[in-house]
Design a protein around this ligand. Structure first.
Ligand code: NAD
Ligand code: FE2
Length: 411
């Protein structure tokens, strides 16, 4: 990246860092079981909600629908949310929301359903604006309808963040919309809802949460609080991800993963993510590569590339999970931490590379990642689109050897 752009990026990030204490961050009210949600909404005089979910979760959401019905709350279901949710999903749900006179949104699902519901809320608040016009930061200022988010993965942390990540149907450009009114009012962290999450998705969504914590921690806009959230999340994920992977019905492990994912979401909401996410989003939009999988695979490569700039911080993370003692050299500790992530991926059945990336697409994908990350993300080392291209090549390098995770480019 040239000097002028570097200066611009760092100046932009400094402005946001100075403004951080006065920005209107808020936390959702937390409920611990879905049983409590209908009464909570009834007390707010809500009589008709739109439940935003996906087809695969319909069986699981049936209990919640019954609970709403018992409380006298009508439930209009939108279950066509796709993974890496599209603008068309949001528009379809939005038109049903308005036609049926819903009064609130309930998101039941992973980050895809939660983000879809957030974007529906944004469209309700701004009926004359397209989602495309709301992409980027702080474009949404009006109050949204009440949103209760029930994460079924652990996860994206979307139930606590100010972001919704949406993909354009035509261009396959996946972009974040980040504005304070998108923070849900209620988050239900019910571990039993995540019991049915298959092992591989438990692994990849858990690694997404780990990536949030690590990217927030190593960035340059941290606070004492966000560092604490991030380090706690890293510790909790490290202790529980394998347990949740091995036994999906381990209540304690599922609960800890949900809490950790929530902490990691809180950390990156204020301290941002970095190039891992920017690259992963471009891959999710172009090839539908699942978000957590992309992050898990890319994370060690990006950490390696940051080099000495993050040794000190990675040593702190390495110490937090007892990989090294306080006498370890920073570089040694940092390498240990990166090696540990690679080992964790391997133990969780996550490959080291991703299939389906086409060399001819890389310049455009890297341009999109650059556009998302720069100047906003306070990454430890700035890279431009050309430098980011390397990460796509890193993760596609051993394509022929890995074989099993191939994704078709969206047509
Ligand atoms: N808004 C944010 O702050 C934020 C942060 C990170 C990621 N994201 C976005 O979230 C999306 C990814 O979300 P995700 O990783 O949670 O996955 P997802 O919502 O795309 O769900 C993946 C699959 O898991 C299934 N599933 C989910 N919960 C289940 C359960 N309990 N039992 C059985 N199956 C279950 C779903 O049906 C789906 O098929 C991406 O679009 C990503 O960009 C948003
Ligand atoms: Fe993420």
């Amino acid at each position: 990246m040239n000097k002028a752009k570097k200066m611009y990026c760092r100046l932009f990030q400094t402005v946001f860092k100075i403004a951080l204490p006065v920005l209107p961050y808020r936390s959702p009210e937390i409920l611990n079981t879905i049983q409590d949600l209908p009464l909570e909404l009834a007390e707010r005089n809500i009589s008709r909600v739109m439940l935003v979910t996906d087809k695969g979760l319909r069986k699981l959401s049936a209990d919640l629908e019954r609970l709403f019905s018992a409380q006298g709350i009508e439930c209009i279901v939108y279950d066509k949310t796709e993974a890496n949710p599209k603008v068309s999903n949001v528009e379809e749900a939005y038109s049903i929301y308005t036609c049926t006179g819903c009064e609130a949104l309930v998101a039941f699902g992973g980050g895809s359903s939660i983000d879809c519901a957030k974007a529906v809320g944004a469209r309700v608040a701004y009926p004359k604006k397209t989602l495309n016009q709301m992409k980027g930061i702080l474009k949404i200022r009006r109050k949204l309808p009440l949103l209760a988010a029930i994460p079924t993965t652990a996860g994206t942390g979307s139930e606590v963040t100010l972001a919704a990540v949406i993909t354009d149907d035509e261009t396959h450009y996946k972009y974040p919309i980040s504005s304070f009114p998108l923070i849900p009012s209620i988050a239900v962290l019910d571990p039993k809802i995540t019991y049915s999450l298959p092992a591989f998705l438990t692994a990849t969504t858990g690694m997404d949460a780990l990536t949030h914590a690590v990217e927030a921690y190593i960035g340059r806009t941290t606070t004492k609080q966000t560092r604490k959230w991030a380090i706690t999340a890293v510790r909790m994920i490290n202790r529980n991800i394998q347990k949740a992977y091995d036994d999906g019905t381990d209540y304690e492990a599922r609960e800890n993963m949900l809490i950790a994912s929530n902490y990691a979401g809180s950390a990156f909401s204020q301290s941002y993510v970095g190039y891992v996410h920017a690259v992963a989003h471009s891959l999710g939009g172009a090839y539908n590569i699942p978000h957590g999988l992309a992050n898990a695979v890319i994370l060690p490569y990006v950490l390696d590339a940051y080099g000495p700039a993050i040794y000190k911080k990675l040593k702190k993370l390495a110490r937090a999970i007892n990989l090294v003692d306080k006498y370890a050299a920073e570089e040694f500790a940092a390498r240990k931490f990166i090696q540990h992530i690679r080992k964790l991926n391997e133990e969780l059945g996550i490959p080291a590379t991703l299939k389906g990336i086409k060399e001819e697409d890389i310049p455009e994908l890297a341009r999109r990642a650059d556009k998302e990350a720069n100047p906003l993300y306070p990454v430890p080392v700035l890279m431009d689109a050309e430098a980011l291209q390397q990460f796509y090549r890193d993760v596609m390098a051993k394509e022929a050897a890995d074989g099993q995770f191939g994704y078709q480019k969206c047509c």
